[in-house]
Ligand binder design. Sequence first.
Ligand code: SF4
Length: 370
Amino acid sequence: MRKWQERLGRCCLSVEDIRGRLGLPDDEMDQLLDIEKRYPVCVPEYYLDLIDWTDRNDPIRKMCIPDPREFSEGGEKDTSGEADNTVVQGMQHKYSQTALILSTNQCAMYCRHCFRKRLVGLSSEEIAERLPDMARYVSSHPEISNVLISGGDAFLNPDSVIRRYLETFTAIPSIEFIRFGTRTPVTFPFRITEDDGELCAILSEYGRKKHLIVVTQFNHPRELTAEALYAISQLQEADCTVRNQTVLLHGVNDSAETLSALMNGLVKAGIAPYYVFQCRPVEGVKNQFQVPLSRGVEIIDAAKAMMSGPAKAFRYAMSHPTGKIEIIGKYGDAMLFKYHQAKSERDQARIFTRPVSASECWFSDPDVIL
Ligand code: SF4
C-alpha cells in the first residue's frame, strides 16, 4: 500500500469520529448520522484542520460536514443529462471534441455540494470498466481531440490505472490533450506530493507525448494552503497545466471579496481560473448551496472589479443538458446568456435573453431566442 493510501485510510468516515469538535446537541447529531447513511462522509484530517471550529458557519466546514438541508425536498439527481450522453459504460460523448470518462466513484473527500452526489462513494453503475471499449470508441471518432478523465476524483485511481489510461489515450493519433478532473490538490495534496512524487513522474513521462491538463476545484481562498500550493508546483514541474473551476456556493464564496481573493490567489500560484459554475439544482445540494442567478451576476461583476486581467479570464456558466451556457449579465429587466458550448448545432454560440426573477437559481428551458 502506498503512503497516500495509508494516510487516506485514516480520514474521518463518520460525523461520530468528530462529535467532540462539532459541538452539536444529540438531536442534531442524530440528524447528521441519518444523512451520512444516504450521502457518505469522508474528510481527510488535513481538510478538517482547515476548519474554524468556533464558527458554525465556517465556509470550509460547509463543504465537508453534512447539513440537515441535504434531506430537504426538491432537486434532480442528474441535472446535465449525463445518462443520455453515455456511449460506453462510464464514458460520455456530449460535445463533439471531448470524451468524458467517469473513472471511479471514489474521492478523497465527499463534498457536500457535489453535482455527482448520486454516485460518489455510492453507485458504480456509471463507472468505466472496460478501457479497450472506450479506446475503440475514441479511435473510431476522430473528431474527439481530447479526453477528460473524471470521476469521482481521477487521482483516486492507483498509479497503475492512471498509467494505463495515459498509455492508451496518448497512443491514439487524434487525441491532442488529456485532462484529469481532481480535487486532491485542494482536499488531499499528499496524493500528489507523497510516495517520492511517483504520480508526477508518470504525468511527466506521458506529458512528453500529449499535453496534460489538471482541472481542479478551489472554492475558497483558505484552501490555498502551503501544502496545496506545493502540490500545484509539483504538477507544474511535471509540465502539467493546472486550471481551476470554482462552484459559486451560498455561504462559502458568495461575496465579491472572497471570490476576488480566491481568483487573485489562483493566478499568483500559476493556476488559470477557468469557470465559475452556477451550482446545479441537485437533490441534496440545491437548498443549501444555490445562489440566485441575478445575485450571482452582481457578485461576479463586483468581484471582477477587484481582479487582475488573468484572474477574471474565467466564464460564469451553467452546465445544462443542452450545453454550457455563459451567464453574461443583466439586460434591462431580463438577463443575457450565450452558449459557450452546445450539444446541438442549432445552439452553437446562440445568444438569448429571458426574464429571471430575483429568487430564480436555474432554468430548464433555454429557448427564448433574441
Ligand atoms: S471531489 Fe469532486 S467528484 Fe468528489 S465529491 Fe468533491 S466535487 Fe464531487
